[in-house]
Write a protein that binds this ligand. Structure first.
Ligand code: NDP
Length: 494
């Protein structure tokens, strides 16, 4: 592990919402938004009040009745394509803000902007292809089954991939003809508002189709979830928060789509391409410093190669470079906040007490790492499967490793949590890949790869990892309701 000195270009503190940001409704108290690497203020942010939430929803509700938006897919496609293009054109400026606000490496930030643009482009294409079907219902009747938008959709997002996770709900919701009120995480308001400003700048976007509210989830998010004119809540965040959102929405029987936590297993069989599997294991746990819902945070290795594979993993981990995420040489960025640093530290302590810490958990005392919210990359062996460090989502660079004897034991260990978001599986045996892939109860199973996402392929969770699917066609249909128009040509009723 190494750590470097750093010098950064000066930053001018942003005022959020700031000028020309009429789509943000925020008139409450201000709060500071800090860079987790330097602790500098990135933005002064005004929170929204419950009255602001009313206003934002009211605007979105009015905009929903704008018939052209609901009925004309071509307009929606043009708006989304225009938005995607602006994201691409502004990639570098947005990526710098994302790194400064969230702390992720600049390379990851750039790929997040491009991935977000791709997501928007995918749904721009589908906006003109929301099809129904016609039914012959006897001699004198026929039916037309169509998909319609729901109305006002609240999109509530977390801080770890603030743009990708926003776009994969917002873009299909808009493509389907809904109007949206966005509530970003309080740790990433500036990047959200700056990105949405590029949507607001597309001239054909009707007023009120997208509004944004800012501030604490317990107040602003709660007011949004409880608002009678919000017809659906697309929530991405922790399982506990998602369950509460669903409970609240159930009072008025409002639709929810929930993308929640994970504790994903990554299974390496002895016959796999081990060089590639090693790259995959590193990528699975250290992407976004482990702060990703699909983090492959439990590594299961066939016993015959366990010592060798874990030994190689430790060497690779020791070579990670902690440092300024704006420096392209950095391979492990800080965590998002001091609070997250404390949480991760607590799990490392559990690992030390209940298992064997294989890594040196002291973060270097360098000029960057002593100021930023860093956590040492940590690998823990010999933990009982019931340990909290094995069962709970840590959201940090902490990997637990487990040997297994055969396929059956591998699947049993993999399935031994309450989550089911993603899994990885490495083998050269196609039949085994099929068998184990079918046995794992996860929304995504990566085979001989990890963390590859495609706008056209659905993601989502089994068990406490979520409800509904995002991305792909199913991700579009989540934001529609089916209607049957029944036509009858008889002279009499019966
Ligand atoms: P949280 O659940 O804490 O927050 C998510 C969002 O919900 C934030 O905007 C938050 O606002 C808001 N919120 C908090 N309380 C309420 C409430 N009572 N009513 C309405 N909204 C509320 O998650 P994190 O932001 O900490 O994100 C990390 C979590 O997200 C992890 O568990 C991770 O696994 C999960 N996640 C899941 C993904 C998936 O695809 N399945 C993808 C990425 C992350 P505020 O910030 O103001 O608290």
């Amino acid at each position: 592990m190494s750590s470097e000195t750093f010098e950064r270009p000066a930053w001018k503190v942003l005022a959020v919402p700031g000028p020309d940001r009429a789509f943000v409704v925020a008139s409450g108290a201000s709060f500071e938004d800090r860079d987790p690497t330097t602790q500098e203020v990135v933005a002064e942010v005004r929170a929204s009040t419950p009255e602001d939430v009313d206003l934002a929803v009211e605007r979105a509700d009015q905009a929903f009745w704008h018939a052209r938006w609901r009925n004309d897919g071509a307009i929606r496609a043009r708006v989304l394509y225009g938005f995607a293009q602006r994201l691409r054109d502004n990639r570098d400026a947005l990526a710098e803000l994302l790194t400064r606000e969230q702390g992720k490496t600049i390379g990851e930030a750039r790929s997040e902007i491009v991935g977000s643009a791709e997501m928007v482009e995918y749904y721009a294409g589908l906006a003109r292809s929301i099809e129904g079907r016609a039914l012959a219902l006897g001699d004198d009747a026929h039916g037309v089954v169509i998909r319609e938008p729901l109305g006002v959709v609240a999109v509530i997002t977390p801080w770890n991939w603030p743009l990708t996770l926003l776009m994969r709900s917002l873009a299909p919701a808009l493509a389907a003809g809904n109007t949206c009120v966005v509530k970003p995480a309080s740790l990433t308001p500036a990047i959200t508002v700056e990105a949405l400003a590029h949507l607001a700048a597309v001239s054909e976007l009707p007023d009120g189709v997208v509004t944004c509210v800012l501030g604490p989830g317990g107040v602003v998010g709660d007011a949004l979830v409880g608002h009678p004119k919000v017809h659906m809540i697309a929530f991405t965040g922790e399982s506990g928060t998602g369950i509460n959102v669903m409970r609240r929405a159930a009072a008025d029987l409002r639709k929810v789509a929930l993308e929640l936590g994970g504790k994903s297993p990554n299974l390496v069989f002895a016959d796999a391409n081990l060089d590639k599997a090693l790259d995959g294991a590193m990528n699975a746990i250290f992407t976004t410093t482990g702060q990703i819902c699909t983090a492959g945070s439990r590594l299961l290795v066939e016993a015959s190669i366990y010592d060798e594979f874990v030994g190689r993993l430790l060497q690779r981990t020791a070579a990670l470079r902690l440092g300024d995420p704006l420096d392209p040489r950095t391979t492990l960025a800080p965590l998002v906040s001091a609070a997250q640093q404390r949480v991760v530290g607590e799990y490392v302590e559990i690992g030390r007490r209940e298992g064997t810490l294989l890594t040196d958990d002291r973060v270097l005392d360098g000029p960057v790492t002593s100021v930023g919210c860093f956590a040492a990359p940590t690998i823990i062996a010999d933990l009982p499967l019931a340990s909290r460090a094995v069962q709970e989502e840590i959201f940090g660079p902490v990997l637990t490793v487990h040997p297994f004897g055969d396929e059956e034991e591998a699947v049993a260990i993999a399935e031994n949590t309450e989550f089911g978001l993603a899994a990885g599986l490495w083998t050269a045996d196609l039949n085994r890949a099929w068998r184990v892939g079918r046995a794992l109860r996860s929304g995504t199973v990566w085979i001989n790869t990890y963390h590859h996402f495609y706008a056209e392929a659905e993601v989502g969770g089994f068990r406490k990892s979520g409800l509904g699917r995002q991305q792909g066609l199913a991700g579009l249909y989540e934001f529609t309701e089916t209607k049957h128009l029944n036509f009858d040509s008889k002279e009499t009723l019966w």
